[in-house]
Write a protein that binds this ligand. Structure first.
Ligand code: FPP
Length: 228
């Protein structure tokens, strides 16, 4: 039986969920927040140590301004309103991504929730905001001064310890909802040996019973990590 320490989810399909109901795309994002809350609480109660959620990518800035503005406001509201959910469920909050892209207000809200929840231990929820693996790698390399007399292994250790996910174990299981089969620049290095699962369910319809089924399947998979 495989142990599931780090679960990552690409939350896709909010826009299509709303369109199917003749609603504005933004209504899909609002419904997505409820799923984020439910799934996070479920993971905290089910012995998962890390849950990474792809909430806003470095590429998402190219969406219409009205949608980007909505997502920023939704995030502000989420960080303000959900503090109690993190405290009541013993969940630590952490953001990965380039915070320089955000307003001072959003940055302050993020830092304050990270500080407030720093000693919580049931689960670490990692929200990827203005995150892209390529951008993360470029930021990591720009932080280090690699000398040419060190080994490849040492270079890798240096890079890994300067990624946003330093100290966080690699992804064990990566789920993408919404039917598309791609990784979209999410945790590419950290998912080097992740098991992948693609669900057709649109994110607002993704419930913990489906997650439980996927985890059950994951536990039975044969993980060889390049060995035989
Ligand atoms: C992808 O669906 C979803 C996003 C780019 C945003 C994810 C945001 C949420 C789940 C809600 C906000 C979360 C928090 C924590 C505040 P899409 O818009 O690409 O859907 P589509 O492929 O159907 O168009």
């Amino acid at each position: 039986m495989n142990n599931l320490k780090h679960l990552a989810i690409i939350m896709d399909g909010n826009g299509r969920w709303a369109k199917q109901r003749n609603l504005k795309r933004t209504e899909g994002h609002k419904e997505g927040v409820n799923v984020v809350r439910d799934i996070t609480k479920w993971c905290a109660k089910n012995n998962i140590s890390y849950l990474s959620l792809y909430a806003f990518s470095t590429e998402n800035w190219s969406r219409p301004k009205i949608e980007v503005d909505f997502l920023m406001k939704l995030l502000e509201k989420y960080l303000t309103k959900e503090a109690s959910t993190y405290m009541e469920n013993n969940i630590k909050f952490k953001v990965i991504g380039d915070m320089l892209g955000f307003s001072n207000k959003l940055r302050d809200l993020i830092l304050s929730l990270e500080e407030k929840t720093a000693n919580n231990t049931a689960l670490t929820q990692i929200l990827a905001l203005n995150y892209g693996s390529k951008d993360e790698l470029a930021r990591a390399v720009s932080k280090i001064n690699i000398q040419n007399n060190i080994t490849k292994n040492e270079i890798l250790k240096l890079i890994e310890s300067n990624l946003d996910t330093a100290e966080i174990p690699d992804v064990d299981l990566l789920i993408r909802t919404g039917g598309e089969k791609r990784l979209s620049n999410f945790l590419l290095l950290q998912s080097a040996y992740a098991e992948l699962y693609f669900s057709d369910t649109l994110f607002p319809d993704f419930k913990s019973n489906e997650l439980e089924q996927i985890i059950c399947d994951f536990k039975k998979r044969d993980r060889r990590f390049g060995n035989i």
